[in-house]
Design a protein around this ligand. Structure first.
Ligand code: CA
Length: 618
C-alpha cells in the first residue's frame, strides 16, 4: 500500500512538472492566454502549439461541465491544435484543466476564465470628439532603460530616422496633461503590439505577438495603466488594429500551422494597391486577387482571412483587448486590403459584446464612392454590411490641400471641397468620418502648404469647423516642418522636449518658440471654442457654391450660427454676405473666433489672401 502511495506521489509530481512547463513561452503557447465567463457570445477557439510534441492527434478532455469541447481542429503542422469551445452561461470565473493525452503522456493546462468587469464601458466615438494622433516611439522617452531589451532584435538608435528612438508609454503618461489641456477628447495611438523585427520595427504595423504590447513600449501592464490614466482625464483610447497582415517574424509565420494561413501559399507577391477592382464591373480575376490577397510588403505576410482558424484568431484577439483594457474604439489599418466578409464578421461580433464601441477604417482611396463603399448601411452595397461607422476622410483632406495649391476654376481648387461634402449622401452618417490634414503616412500640412502660415492656419480653421471628427497629428500644433517629400522618418519626427537633453521643450509655453506658440494658441483656441459650441460638433451644415475662390459655409443649431468664410485666392477679397441671407437672416454683428474681436457689421467682410474667418453671428 505504502509503495502504491509513493508511486502515486511520484507520478503526481511528474505530472505536476509537465504542468509547470506547459504554457511557458518557447514550450507551449495557448492563445488567447485567458478568457472571460459571461460573454454574450459563447464561442471560444483556443490555439495550442507545442514546441516539440506532435499534439494534433492527442485526445483532449475539458474538465468543466460548463465548458464544452465542440471540435478539435487539426492543421497541417502536427504541433498545433485548435479547440473550438462553448463557454456555457453557467460557467463561473476560475481555472479549469484542459487535458491532452496520447495514452502514454498527459499534459494538463490550467486555463483561466476571468470575471467580466461590471459593465464594459467602452464609449465609442462621435462628432463630439476631437482626436490627437500620436506615434508612441516618437513622442516621449519616459524610461530609457527599456529603449533596448535583451532578447529583442532591434535596439534604440536615435540617430537613425528609421530606427527606434526609445519613446514609450511612460513618456506618454507623463504628458497626458499636455493633450488634455489642448482640449482633445480621444487619442489614437499608432500600434503598440510587439514588433520584434530585425529592423524598421518602431512603426508597429508588423506585429509579431498579438497578445503582448512591445516590451520597449512598457508591456501590457503599462498599457493598462495608460488606458486608466487616459480615462481618468476623460480621454478615450483608440487602438490601431492591423488585420490584413503581420510581421514576418510572427510565430504564426515562422512556424506555420498550415500554408493556407497566409495568402499566396505564404509566399510574397506584392499587392497592386488598387481598391477599384473591388467594384469594377470590368475587373479581371487576377487583378482582384492581386489587390486583396497579395502582400502589402515583403516583411508583412498577408493573412488568409477566409480560413476559419485565422478568422477566429483575429476576431477573438480584438474582443480580448477590449475586455482586457476597456478601451473605446479601433482605427482599422489598411481596411480595403482585408476580406470584406471578414471585416463584416468582425464588426458584428464586436457590437454583439460592446454596442457602444467605435470603429473607423483607413480607406486611402481615390473616389468618394470607394470611401463610402466600406461604411455601414451605405445603401449601395447590400451583399455584406461592414458595421464600419466611419472612415479616414482622405478625399476631403486631398480636396482641402488642392484648394490652396491651385486656383479655383469651374472645377478644381476650393470647388473640390464643396463637391467633396456634396457627396455626403453616400454615407449613413458622414459625421462619423474622421477629418484630418496630415497623418503618419503623408507630408505634414505646413509643408504641403508651402510653409505659408496663412494657408496653414486656414486648413486648421477648416479642420475644426467642418463636419466629422477632427483628428490632429502630433506636432501639427507646433507647425512642425520637415524636408520636402514624404520620408516617413522625417514626418514622424521626435516631439521636441520628449527626450532628456532636448534643446527645446515644446510641452511648455516657455519651452516653445514664438512660432510654435502661435500655432499652439491657434489650435487650442479653435478646439476650446469647438468644445463649447455644439453647433460645430453636432449642428447642421449648409454650404454655398464657391465664387471667385471664396467658399462660405455655416454650422448651426437652435443655439448658435457659425459662419466660415474661406478665401483661397491670392488677392484680398471683400465678400458681400447678401447671398447668404437665407441663413444670416436677422444677424448683423459677429464675433471673430478664436480672437474674440467684434464685428459691428457683417454686410461686407474683407479677407486677406488665403485667410479664413470664423464668425459667431449675433
Ligand atoms: Ca524608452
Amino acid at each position: 500500500m505504502r509503495q502504491t502511495i509513493q508511486f502515486l506521489a511520484i507520478f503526481l509530481i511528474a505530472l505536476f512538472c509537465t504542468i509547470q512547463t506547459f504554457g511557458q513561452k518557447g514550450t507551449t503557447r495557448i492563445e488567447p492566454p485567458f478568457w472571460w465567463a459571461g460573454m454574450e457570445n459563447s464561442n471560444l477557439e483556443l490555439l495550442i502549439c507545442d514546441a516539440s510534441k506532435p499534439i494534433s492527434g492527442w485526445k483532449v478532455t475539458i474538465k468543466n461541465e460548463n465548458v464544452i469541447l465542440k471540435k478539435a481542429h487539426k492543421v497541417d503542422n502536427p504541433r498545433y491544435l485548435f479547440l473550438e469551445l462553448e463557454i456555457k452561461a453557467g460557467a463561473k470565473a476560475g481555472e479549469f484543466p484542459i487535458e491532452l493525452t496520447d495514452g502514454k503522456e498527459t499534459i494538463i493546462h490550467s486555463y483561466q476564465l476571468l470575471k467580466r468587469k461590471k459593465s464594459p464601458k467602452t464609449r465609442g466615438l462621435s462628432s463630439n470628439d476631437a482626436i490627437y494622433l500620436l506615434y508612441p516611439d516618437r513622442f516621449s522617452n519616459g524610461n530609457p532603460k527599456n529603449d533596448s531589451v535583451q532578447g529583442m532584435r532591434e535596439g534604440a538608435d536615435r540617430t537613425n530616422k528609421g530606427g527606434r528612438h526609445g519613446g514609450d508609454i511612460e513618456g506618454i503618461i507623463k504628458h497626458l496633461d499636455y493633450v488634455e489641456e489642448m482640449g482633445f477628447s480621444a487619442i489614437w495611438f499608432n500600434p503598440f503590439l510587439e514588433n520584434d523585427m530585425e529592423s524598421y520595427s518602431y512603426h508597429g504595423y508588423a506585429i509579431t505577438d498579438h497578445y503582448n504590447v512591445d516590451a520597449r513600449f512598457g508591456g501590457n501592464k503599462m498599457y493598462l495603466k495608460l488606458v486608466e490614466e487616459c480615462h481618468k482625464r476623460g480621454i478615450k483610447v483608440v487602438k490601431d488594429m492591423v488585420y490584413n497582415h503581420c510581421g514576418i517574424e510572427h510565430d504564426l509565420y515562422r512556424d506555420l500551422p498550415a500554408v493556407n494561413f497566409f495568402n499566396n501559399d505564404a509566399k510574397f507577391v506584392r499587392t497592386n494597391y488598387r481598391e477599384s477592382v473591388l467594384v469594377d464591373p470590368y475587373a479581371s480575376k487576377s487583378d482582384l486577387k492581386a489587390s486583396v490577397d497579395a502582400w502589402f510588403d515583403t516583411t508583412m505576410p498577408d493573412f488568409n482571412q477566409k480560413n476559419d482558424r485565422v478568422k477566429a484568431f483575429l476576431i477573438q484577439n480584438s474582443i480580448w483587448w477590449i475586455e482586457y483594457t476597456g478601451l473605446d474604439a479601433f482605427r482599422i489599418d489598411t481596411y480595403f486590403y482585408s476580406d470584406l466578409e471578414f471585416s463584416a464578421a468582425l464588426g458584428k461580433r464586436i457590437y454583439q459584446e460592446y454596442p457602444n464601441f467605435g470603429m473607423f477604417g483607413e480607406t486611402w482611396v481615390k473616389a468618394h464612392t470607394m470611401q463610402a463603399y466600406f461604411t455601414q448601411n451605405n445603401g449601395f452595397r447590400n451583399e455584406v454590411n461592414t458595421s464600419l461607422q466611419g472612415i479616414t476622410d482622405f478625399m476631403l483632406s486631398d480636396a482641402l490641400k488642392k484648394a490652396y495649391k491651385e486656383k479655383m476654376g469651374f472645377t478644381g481648387g476650393i470647388v473640390d471641397v464643396y463637391y467633396a461634402l456634396a457627396q455626403d449622401f453616400l454615407y449613413e452618417n458622414p459625421y462619423q468620418n474622421v477629418v484630418f490634414l496630415d497623418n503618419h503616412d503623408i507630408a505634414r500640412i505646413y509643408v504641403e502648404m508651402g510653409r505659408n502660415e496663412q494657408k496653414f492656419k486656414s486648413t486648421l480653421a477648416f479642420l475644426f469647423t467642418t463636419r466629422g471628427i477632427p483628428c490632429l497629428y502630433y506636432g501639427t500644433e507646433l507647425m512642425m516642418d520637415h524636408e520636402d517629400g514624404e520620408d516617413h522618418g522625417l514626418i514622424r519626427a521626435d516631439f521636441p522636449g520628449g527626450w532628456k537633453g532636448d534643446k527645446n521643450n515644446a510641452f511648455t509655453k516657455k519651452g516653445r518658440t514664438k512660432t510654435q506658440n502661435l500655432a499652439y494658441d491657434y489650435v487650442t483656441g479653435l478646439l476650446k471654442y469647438r468644445n463649447k459650441t455644439a453647433a460645430l460638433r453636432t449642428g447642421k451644415l449648409m454650404q454655398f457654391v464657391p465664387q471667385d475662390g471664396v467658399y462660405v459655409y455655416f454650422r448651426y443649431d437652435d443655439e448658435k450660427t457659425v459662419m466660415v468664410i474661406m478665401n483661397t485666392d491670392d488677392n484680398r477679397v471683400i465678400t458681400n454676405t447678401e447671398r447668404f441671407s437665407e441663413i444670416t437672416g436677422d444677424f448683423s454683428k459677429a464675433t471673430v473666433i478664436p480672437s474674440g474681436k467684434k464685428l459691428s457689421n457683417i454686410k461686407n467682410i474683407s479677407l486677406a489672401p488665403f485667410e479664413t474667418m470664423i464668425l459667431e453671428l449675433n
